[in-house]
Design a protein around this ligand. Structure first.
Ligand code: SAH
Ligand code: SF4
Length: 365
């Protein structure tokens, strides 16, 4: 495992790392955990996740809440319910939330989000960092949301291979790979901390594709990453390709290796322990932290709605309350010898570095 002590990683070496097995895997995770601890410390940052609506205008072939799936109930939280969830995060000192939903591109939708952001800002005196994960929008909308107080945006590239992307999405303007890249660039130019990610273990995806995904993140200069295993949903078009995928265990292991290698490639970015990891392995998120992740997203969506935000099946914790979720994660994080950094925004150090704030390690709110 001499590659581990190298400071630059070629695609060939990344592929070799993603193919490591057994005790070499363990060495890779341990090395990534040391790098995380050296650069970020023994901290894990919380992001309270509010999945406020499963209404979506898109038709991604892999996703359970795609527009053309009629077999579940659509919901949309009221503004009051969203504010209440944000307030729970604020009062419990999470310091950060993520607002996520299906993708809508209407003026009504962008106005609603802008207003919500302003209300959250007012309620918390600007002390709650807000990440949005609301898909592709035009530049004006992104700008308005940034000005209204959202400073982070998560938009997964899903795969950096355009050919594979076209197998995962309908072939039209609404699902164009070029537009996804364009949106990421717009977000960066506006000044957002930009997050992306991919699904791991997709049908037709190769280990070389995954290595290229990591190099894409490095080359783009991404600030935060949320990536996890692809998990099949029987009611989606991609399910017909299910014979072509790795076992859940293998997808899980690849997910951990992707996190670990990315931590070596980009020591100062924020990397989330994706919930999808826990759908395969009950200790998935703890294992991700031990492999270099430093962010966890407790689900604080009101419990009655969670069953219907099924991007994939076997989603964990759908019947927990926000309080249960917090308590459970507290125990889980303690098991990794890390501490939850309550009250800290946990901005991406990499973002600060690329903006010239090399000396400020963490902003305490
Ligand atoms: N609509 C927004 C945000 C919600 S979807 C958007 O698409 O950006 C958030 C993420 O869920 C997607 O980016 C995708 O990577 C992930 N996802 C969807 N279906 C999935 C599946 N079957 N398995 C694993 N992840 C999935
Ligand atoms: Fe909609 Fe996002 Fe699912 Fe695509 S991945 S169908 S945009 S919710």
């Amino acid at each position: 495992m001499s590659i581990l002590s190298s400071s630059s990683f070629s695609k060939e070496n990344i592929v070799r790392l993603l193919q490591t097995e057994n005790e070499n895997c363990q060495m890779l995770y341990e090395k990534a955990a040391v790098v995380k601890s050296d650069v970020i410390g023994d901290k894990v940052f919380f992001r309270g996740l509010i999945e406020f609506s499963n209404i979506c205008s898109k038709n991604c072939y892999y996703c359970g809440i795609r527009r053309d799936n009629p077999d579940f109930t659509r919901y949309n939280l009221t503004d009051e319910e969203i504010i209440e969830a944000a307030n729970f995060a604020y009062e419990n000192n999470f310091a950060s939330i993520v607002l996520q939903s299906g993708e809508l591109n209407s003026v009504t939708f962008s106005n609603r989000i802008e207003l919500l952001l302003k209300k959250i800002w007012k309620l918390t005196g600007g002390k709650l960092r807000v990440t949005l994960s609301l898909g592709e929008q035009n530049e004006e909308t992104y700008k308005r949301w940034f000005d209204a107080g959202a400073h982070r945006y998560l938009l997964r590239i899903e795969t950096s291979n355009p050919e594979l992307y076209s197998k995962l999405h309908p072939n039209n303007e609404l699902h164009s790979f070029k537009n996804r890249i364009k949106a990421l660039n717009i977000l960066k130019n506006i000044g957002f901390q930009v997050g992306t990610g991919v699904m791991i273990g997709l049908p037709f995806q190769t280990i070389e594709d995954l290595a290229t995904d990591l190099l894409f993140m490095k080359e783009f200069g991404i600030d935060m990453v949320g990536m996890g295993p692809y998990i099949e949903h029987t009611n989606t078009p991609l399910y017909t390709a299910n014979a072509k995928i790795y076992s859940p265990e293998k997808r899980f292991e690849l997910g951990l290796k992707m996190i670990a290698v990315l931590r070596l490639l980009m020591p100062s970015i924020n990397i989330a322990a994706a919930t999808a990891l826990q759908a395969i392995d009950k200790l998935g998120r703890e294992k991700a932290i031990k492999a270099g992740a430093n962010v966890i997203m407790p689900n604080i969506t009101p419990g009655i709605y969670r069953d219907n935000y099924l991007l994939y099946q076997n989603k964990p914790c759908t019947d927990d309350s926000a309080e249960d979720c917090k308590n459970c994660l507290e125990v889980r994080v303690a098991l990794t010898d890390n501490k939850i950094a309550y009250g800290e925004w946990g901005d991406s150090l990499y973002y600060k570095q690329r903006n010239g704030e090399i000396n400020s390690r963490q902003t305490i709110c």
